[in-house]
Design a binder for this molecule. Structure first.
Ligand code: SF4
Length: 273
């Protein structure tokens, strides 16, 4: 493909992204702020620039995998579903699971992904009777140096940062993961069915997350994105945690903060349309 032919594809991406966004907003009744939307679009565009060699080779896209008739530890019936992409090339078959996480996080927490992908591999190989040679996770969130390059809007720095980005993380086959994963899934189903929704303890929010830039804590990295945080007892303790930080965090927690304002404005704009 030539440089010229890239322009229509990027235009197509913008158009398809917008159509998708409108459909999801209609279906869910929710929307997002312009800033978050722009970040998401940027992620899709960079994914294309970095991984077009894989995107162009995908032979089976959005393959739905289902493992029915499972039982939780308490005896409830449930099913597992997943969506993957498949590349069949030169007698080799590769399964890709696309995640919106960044690849460094995936590498540092590879056990979590091994569990999930080994269940998908089992469904693909044993239930669908299909061959499979390799599996990998694609982490579409870009690393910190790309975020910085986008902030300073320097195309040379961005190009350098893109070269060092490796978003494809291979995942090993290990059927031993199947049993443990199904047990964990079942435990979560039981907790949901029994209405056990208590948040994790404060220690979890104070712990640092592996593979995350600047050793961010769970309470900052995960909870700050969580819609439940304003009514979450663990987050309240976390926000009030250290004396020095308490004042600033309390301000964010109690007052109109930028996130709340953006959500409000985005929702209002949607209803005005
Ligand atoms: S704020 Fe959300 S993510 Fe964080 S502990 Fe509470 S419920 Fe969980």
């Amino acid at each position: 493909m030539t440089e010229q032919s890239e322009i229509p594809i990027e235009e197509f991406i913008v158009q398809a992204f917008q159509e998708n966004f409108e459909l999801l907003a209609l279906e869910s009744g929710h929307t997002i702020s312009d800033e978050v939307k722009e970040t998401a679009l940027q992620q899709v565009k960079l994914y294309w620039r970095k991984l077009r060699h894989i995107a162009e080779r995908v032979t089976d896209t959005e393959v739905h995998l289902t493992l029915p008739n499972q039982r939780t530890p308490a005896g409830r019936e449930y099913a597992i579903e997943g969506v993957v992409d498949i590349v069949r090339e030169d007698d080799r078959v590769t399964m890709y699971d696309i995640k919106t996480h960044d690849a460094e996080y995936v590498r540092a927490n590879i056990e979590l992904y091994k569990q999930q992908l080994n269940v998908y591999a089992y469904i693909w190989q044993e239930l669908r009777r299909q061959p499979l040679d390799e599996m990998a996770v694609i982490g579409t969130d870009f690393p910190h140096n790309i975020k910085e390059a986008l902030t300073v809007m320097d195309p040379v720095i961005l190009e350098e940062a893109l070269k060092s980005w490796d978003p494809v993380v291979p995942v090993e086959f290990d059927p031993a993961y199947m049993e443990r994963t199904l047990y964990e899934f079942g435990r979560v189903v039981d907790r949901i069915e029994e209405g056990k929704f208590e948040p994790p303890p404060l220690e979890t929010l104070q712990s640092t997350i592996k593979g995350v830039w600047m050793h961010e804590r769970f309470g900052s990295r995960v909870c700050r994105q969580c819609d439940e945080r304003f009514s979450c007892s663990s987050y309240r303790q976390y926000a009030m945690g250290s004396r020095q930080a308490a004042e600033g965090r309390m301000q964010y927690f109690m007052d109109d903060n930028p996130d709340q304002e953006l959500w409000r404005t985005a929702e209002l704009e949607r209803f005005e349309e």
